[in-house]
Every structure is written in structure tokens, then in C-alpha cells.
Design a protein around this ligand. Structure first.
Ligand code: KIV
Ligand code: ZN
Length: 421
């Protein structure tokens, strides 16, 4: 019975104005280098983080969360290096660091990000009763006081402040509204709603967005963001529902890597908003049914996925949407027959849209070293001369046995047979 809400207000930020980004597009906040790196076993060196950050800038994400600077000196250096060097002068991404709602964390975070063309401090505190009682050992009023004090402090250092209420989806909504209202009064410019334990459902998350938009003081002046984990496999669906209900920023990772079952997957949200753009433009009351809803360059998706998988060692499951090895493969006779007659029978998108070229799939026994090296480079592998020699010998052996050596064969040659020896 709720009265309908007007469409969200999309005010251009300084970043939008300088980079010429359309302020009405959904902002992509990539946290591959922070939450993604929290996947068990996915630790990256500073140099690897820099390589990924450069590719994320090419991908066109609006914000890169480069790390958690207080966590270690290595992470501090990595974030600072990214802040100082990533992005072109005309189109730099915002570089963000994470900090608990503690002054010393925030100060360290600012030191790491302050040299970026556009810097952001992202600070957070838990707001669910279970977290406040057992983890923080703070009362509700102590949490409210901490929010005001620490957001004000962050604001004294940096203009662009994001505030997150950890475990928001298991928090008392009335308390959550008050926490967000106080964060905005203290200077937050983005309010983020994390589904920290992947507990919510699409309808419930959409309704929480509407509740926040109706009840949080000053919400119309800030960006409403969502963050989510995939414990129930619902993270992307939850985000799409949040977008329909007024969320303006989504926090996600490449290949959906992250704590436990991972974070919402960047490529899935981008492609859902692209393939179904008429549906979402209509839902959001945008006049042009074919207008793009993100600034992400879909052509860079495949390469970014490969790079992240290779550097983190997190293998992408074959049936993963968009970037899995089977995502564009057709096995059954009926499907193959349909595809040969008209691709649209069984394909809702062309593999080339994500930068995957059909001819990238095949290398045969006649291929030379040069093509081999080039193809490995496209897959994100930067091998030493010795590694390349060994990989090439193995490739020739395989090419003698198989009609074609696919990119997945190449990946396994490098990952399993060259790197692990
Ligand atoms: O999942 C979570 O709650 C987080 C916050 C720090 C945003 O990663
Ligand atoms: Zn998270």
C-alpha cells in the first residue's frame, strides 16, 4: 500500500563533471582489491594490485577500493601507489581506502589515498544488535556517537566520505535510519547498505531501499549505495532489486571473488544492465530506452576477468555467468543446430560484447612462438623467457594430440604445468 516514490535524484558530482561521466548512470564501486582480496588464498602483492587497478581504470569503473591501509604496511604502500599513479589525467577513477570508524584507521587511510586526483575515505561500523553486543561491545547510543565523531573527523580530511553500516540487513531498520541520518549530518556523501552475510532477499532489499529513501534525513543529497555477499547466491539479484528501488552505486568484485561465497559479481550486474537496458530504463523512468546504464566498457570484461583470475589464483567455475569457459559454449545438438540457423535462438548476448573474440579461442599445431606469446599476453600472463620456453614445448605436445588448443588449455599449461613446477 506504500505511495510510490519519485525517481532518485542524480546530482552530478565533481568527479562526474571533471571526467564527463553521465551522472544518471549507476556508479560501479569495484572492491576486488579490498573485499575480493579477502577471499581465502587470494592475496596479491603490491605490484599485482597495481596491475589490476590499471585494468580496472581501463574497464571504466567509477571508484576503485584499493585496500585497507591500516591492515599492513604492504597494503598501505599498495593503496598509496595506486592513488598516485592509476588513471589518466582526463578520466581518473576515484581511489578509495577502507577504515574502521576509528580515528587512527581513518588518518592512515587518508595518508594512503590523499594524492589521488579524486580520493575517498570509506569508513564503517556495525549496526546490527548481534555485532554491537558481541563484537563491538557498544550500546546503540555509543555507536551513534562514534558515527558522528568519526565521520566528522574523516570529513575534516577529505571531501568525499562513504559511510557503511556493517550488517545493515540484519539491523533494526529504525536504528539504521538514525545511523544513516547522523552520518549524513556529519558529512558523509555516500551511504552504503551492506548485506554483510548475504542474508537478504531481492524483495526485502528493495523494500529496505525504499525505507531508507523515505526515512533517512538528507538522503536526497547523497549517493545511495549497496554492498552484498553471495552466501545464498542472491547477491546480484539483490542488487538489481536495489537499483530498481533507487540505489545509485553498486559495490562488486571481478569474477565475484570475496569473503566466503564472494561478493556480487561486477560482470553479471554490468551485463544484466546492458542486455536488459530497455527494462531497467523503463523501470527507472529514463526517457531513452536504449541509454546505457553504466560507464563500464563491456569490451574490457573478459580481459579483466582473466587477469584477476590469473593473479589471484581464483579459478573461474566453467558455468559462471558471463566469464565462465562454458558461458558461450553450446553442446547439445538441438542448441548447436539452432545457433547455426540463427544465433539469437540460444544466445542473449554476443561473446564479442565482453571483448572475447571468436578467433581468440583457437591456436593449433601450426601456430608459432610469436602468436603463442601474444595469446598468453592477452590472457594476462607475463612469463619469463624460461617459463615461455617450457610452456611452448608443452603447447606443441598438446597441439599434436588435439585439433585445437583452447584458451582453457593454455591456462592450465601455465597454471598447472609451468608455474607450479
Ligand atoms: O561486507 C561488508 O559489510 C563490508 C563492509 C566493510 C562494507 O565489506
Ligand atoms: Zn563485504
Amino acid at each position: 500500500d506504500e505511495p510510490p516514490l519519485p525517481p532518485p535524484i542524480w546530482k552530478p558530482t565533481k568527479h562526474d563533471l571533471v571526467t564527463g561521466r553521465d551522472p544518471t548512470r549507476v556508479k560501479f564501486f569495484d572492491t576486488t582489491l579490498r573485499d575480493g582480496e579477502q577471499s581465502p588464498g587470494a592475496t596479491l602483492t603490491g605490484e599485482e594490485k597495481l596491475v589490476i587497478a590499471r585494468q580496472l581504470a581501463k574497464l571504466g569503473v567509477d571508484i576503485i577500493e584499493a585496500g585497507f591501509p591500516v591492515a599492513s604496511n604492504g597494503d598501505f604502500e599498495a593503496v598509496r601507489n595506486i592513488a598516485r599513479t592509476v588513471g589518466t589525467r582526463e578520466n581518473p577513477p576515484i581511489i578509495c581506502g577502507l577504515a574502521r570508524a576509528v580515528e587512527s584507521d581513518i588518518a592512515r587511510c587518508w595518508e594512503a589515498v590523499k594524492d589521488a586526483a579524486f580520493a575517498r575515505i570509506h569508513t564503517f561500523i556495525a549496526t546490527s544488535d548481534i555485532h554491537m553486543e558481541h563484537k563491538l561491545k557498544k550500546s546503540r547510543s555509543q555507536v551513534l556517537e562514534t558515527v558522528t565523531r568519526t565521520v566528522q573527523y574523516a570529513k575534516s580530511l577529505c571531501e568525499d566520505i562513504e559511510f557503511s553500516a556493517e550488517d545493515a540487513t540484519r539491523s533494526d531498520p529504525e536504528f539504521l535510519y538514525e545511523v544513516f541520518s547522523r552520518a549524513i549530518e556529519a558529512g558523509a556523501t555516500t551511504i552504503n547498505v551492506p548485506d554483510t552475510v548475504g542474508y537478504t532477499t531481492p524483495a526485502e532489499f528493495g523494500s529496505l531501499m525504499r525505507g531508507i529513501r523515505r526515512n533517512v534525513r538528507g538522503i536526497e543529497n547523497v549517493c545511495l549505495s549497496v554492498h552484498g555477499h553471495d552466501d545464498l547466491g542472491l547477491a546480484v539479484s539483490n542488487f538489481l532489486s536495489a537499483i530498481e528501488n533507487g540505489a545509485q552505486q553498486v559495490e562488486c568484485t571481478v569474477n565475484g571473488i570475496g569473503e566466503r561465497a564472494g561478493n556480487a559479481s561486477l560482470e553479471e550486474i554490468v551485463m544484466a544492465l546492458y542486455v536488459r537496458r530497455q527494462y531497467y530504463n523503463n523501470k527507472l523512468g529514463r526517457p531513452d530506452p536504449n541509454a546505457l546504464l553504466t560507464c563500464v566498457d563491456t569490451q574490457e570484461i573478459w580481459k579483466t576477468s582473466k587477469l584477476v583470475s590469473n593473479l589471484t589464483g581464483m579459478i573461474v567455475q566453467p558455468n559462471k555467468a558471463i566469464v565462465g569457459s562454458n558461458a558461450f559454449a553450446h553442446e547439445s545438438g538441438i542448441h548447436q543446430d539452432g545457433i547455426l540457423k540463427n544465433r539469437l535462438t540460444y544466445e542473449i548476448m554476443d561473446a564479442r560484447l565482453i571483448g572475447m573474440q571468436e578467433n581468440q579461442l583457437v591456436l593449433g599445431k601450426h601456430s608459432g612462438r610469436h602468436a603463442f606469446r601474444k595469446r598468453l599476453g592477452e590472457l594476462g600472463f607475463d612469463l619469463t623467457e624460461d617459463e615461455l620456453n617450457r610452456a611452448f614445448v608443452r603447447f606443441k605436445e598438446l597441439a599434436d594430440k588435439k585439433k585445437e588448443v583452447t584458451l582453457w588449455d593454455l591456462e592450465s599449461i601455465v597454471n598447472d604445468e609451468v608455474r607450479l613446477q
